[in-house]
Design a protein. Structure first.
Length: 239
C-alpha cells in the first residue's frame, strides 16, 4: 500500500487531498499545527478503510518536519507522496504592502514559506530517488505569477517557492520522481479563511475555488500527467 503525507491538513484543500488519495487506496498521514480537529478528520477518512494517522506539528519549527514524517513512516510505512500545502499564516498581524516591505519582512516570509519546503524535500527526496519513484507537490499562491502588491513579502516568497518546485522537478525527473507545482489564486471553499470571511446566508463576495477540483489537480501532478497547474479565480474568475 502506498502512503501520502498531507502537510497542511485543514478542512478545505488538505482534507480534500487526503480523501482523494484515500479513495485511490493510499494510507494517509495528516500533519497540521493543532491536534484539535484530528479526531474528526480521521473519522471522515475512516469510510475509505485505509490506515490513517494524524500528527500535530508546526513545520516552521526546526526539526518538526523530521519528527512528523518519522511518525508517519513508523505508523504507515515509507512515504510515497508528499503534499506540501501548509495553511495560511496569521498575515493580518504582520502584513505590509510591497512598497513598505523591509529585508526583515522578506526573511520572515521566506522562513515561513520556502525553508520548510526545502527541509521536507531534503527529508524525503533521497529515498524516493534511490527507489526510482515518488512525488512531491508544492502549493504556492498566485502572486508567484501575477503581481499582487498587497501581499508584500509573501509575494516574492511565493514566487521563490514556485521556482524551487519547478527547479527541483527538473533535477528529480531523471530519477523517476515527480515534483509538481500547484498555483492557487482564490478563496478555497470549506477552508478556514473561507469560513472566516463568508456569511453562509449570503453569496460569497470573494472568488472561490472548489477544493475537490484542486485535489484532482494534485492527483494529476502526482501521476506525472502534468507538472504545473494554475487555478486563478482572482484575476480570471470563471475560467
Amino acid at each position: 500500500m502506498s502512503t501520502i503525507a498531507v502537510l497542511g491538513a485543514g478542512p478545505g484543500l488538505g482534507m480534500s487531498v487526503a480523501q482523494r488519495f484515500a479513495k485511490e487506496g493510499y494510507a494517509v498521514g495528516l500533519v497540521s499545527r493543532s491536534a484539535d480537529r484530528h479526531p474528526s478528520y480521521l473519522e471522515e477518512l475512516s469510510a475509505s478503510g485505509v490506515p490513517t494517522v494524524a500528527v500535530a506539528a508546526d513545520l516552521r519549527t526546526p526539526g518538526a518536519a523530521a519528527s512528523a514524517l518519522a511518525e508517519i513512516t513508523s505508523a504507515l510505512g515509507p512515504i510515497d507522496v508528499v503534499y506540501h500545502g501548509p495553511g495560511a499564516q496569521n498575515l493580518s498581524a504582520t502584513m505590509v504592502g510591497i512598497v513598505e516591505t523591509e529585508p526583515a519582512d522578506i526573511r520572515r516570509a521566506m522562513a515561513e514559506t520556502l525553508e520548510p519546503a526545502v527541509e521536507v524535500a531534503n527529508l524525503t527526496l533521497p529515498t524516493m530517488r534511490s527507489r526510482g519513484s515518488g512525488a512531491l507537490v508544492y502549493v504556492s499562491g498566485l502572486s508567484a505569477l501575477v503581481p499582487l502588491p498587497f501581499l508584500g513579502p509573501y509575494a516574492p516568497a511565493s514566487g521563490a517557492l514556485r521556482t524551487y518546485a519547478r527547479t527541483l522537478a527538473a533535477a528529480a525527473a531523471e530519477d523517476g520522481v515527480h515534483v509538481g507545482s500547484l498555483v492557487v489564486g482564490g478563496l478555497i471553499e470549506r477552508g478556514d479563511i473561507h469560513q472566516m470571511l463568508t456569511d453562509p446566508t449570503t453569496p460569497a463576495p470573494y472568488a472561490t475555488l472548489d477544493p475537490d477540483e484542486l485535489a484532482d489537480a494534485v492527483w494529476r501532478l502526482v501521476s506525472g500527467i502534468e507538472d504545473e497547474l494554475v487555478f486563478d479565480a482572482l484575476t480570471q474568475p470563471g475560467q
